[in-house]
Design a protein around this ligand. Structure first.
Ligand code: FES
Ligand code: FES
Length: 229
């Protein structure tokens, strides 16, 4: 074997396209170069602003702050510490300190930890557990409680149907079921039995009135259909 043939092949700077060969080393060099380019601050796609420190959110509290809440179409002034939940604000703080304090106690506190549904309200068209939402987060949003479900002086069809179907026993869960049912009928006036069960699966009734509650929603839906709803 000649001396020339023992030598390792000289590294080639030519591209694989030019040389017609792809090597593992050439591939890894390419990957490293790409990664290095991506993380250079101030350079390329990920440079500059992507590494800027996030803006700190505006700080409020811990002392009470004045906020406005829109509940059932009316505006209320509320002074609450930022830790106060929407449920607590509705029941205990509306217009406190004014000549016309009001509390909307139809929204019930049962578990106070987001598991029973008794405190359900509609917030900008979606049902939420009001015990799990801070009042300060609800500024500028439309809140509907069980007191706002009726249509003027007339009960909403779902309220009437609850009465006729005897859909309650102790009644503690009922405001939450009424509000969840109204939200369902607003977005789906003619739900199937499965859709009714699914929509109400965040509400718990310790007295076990589920079947009558489901019947009430079906009855309300039928009545709304007859009325052209
Ligand atoms: S009181 Fe809010 S979920 Fe039970
Ligand atoms: S009627 Fe008593 S918890 Fe539902």
């Amino acid at each position: 074997m000649s001396e020339e043939s023992k030598k390792p092949p000289a590294p080639s700077s030519a591209s694989p396209e030019a040389s017609g060969r792809f090597s593992r080393r050439w591939f890894l060099q390419g990957v490293a170069l790409s990664a290095g380019t991506a993380v250079l601050p101030g350079e390329g796609l990920l440079g500059g602003s992507a590494f800027a420190a996030p803006q700190a959110p505006a700080r409020i509290g811990p002392e009470p702050v004045q906020i406005a809440l829109s509940v059932n179409g009316k505006d209320y002034q509320v002074k609450v510490e930022p830790r106060v939940t929407l449920l607590n604000a509705l029941r205990n703080y509306l217009n406190l300190g004014t000549n016309t304090p009001i509390d909307l106690t139809g929204t019930k506190r049962v578990c106070d930890r987001g598991s029973c549904g008794s405190c359900t309200v509609i917030l900008d068209g979606k049902t939420v557990y009001s015990c799990s939402v801070l009042a300060v987060e609800c500024q500028g949003k439309k809140i509907t409680t069980v007191e706002g479900v009726a249509e003027g002086n007339q009960p909403h069809p779902i309220q009437q149907a609850f009465v006729e179907c005897d859909g309650l026993m102790c009644g503690f869960c009922t405001p939450g079921f009424i509000v969840s049912s109204k939200a369902l009928l607003d977005r789906n006036p003619h739900p199937t039995p499965t859709e009714i069960r699914r929509a109400l699966n965040g509400n718990i009734c310790r007295c076990g009135t589920y079947n009558r509650v489901f019947q009430a929603v079906e009855l309300a839906s039928i009545r709304m259909k007859v009325k052209g709803g």
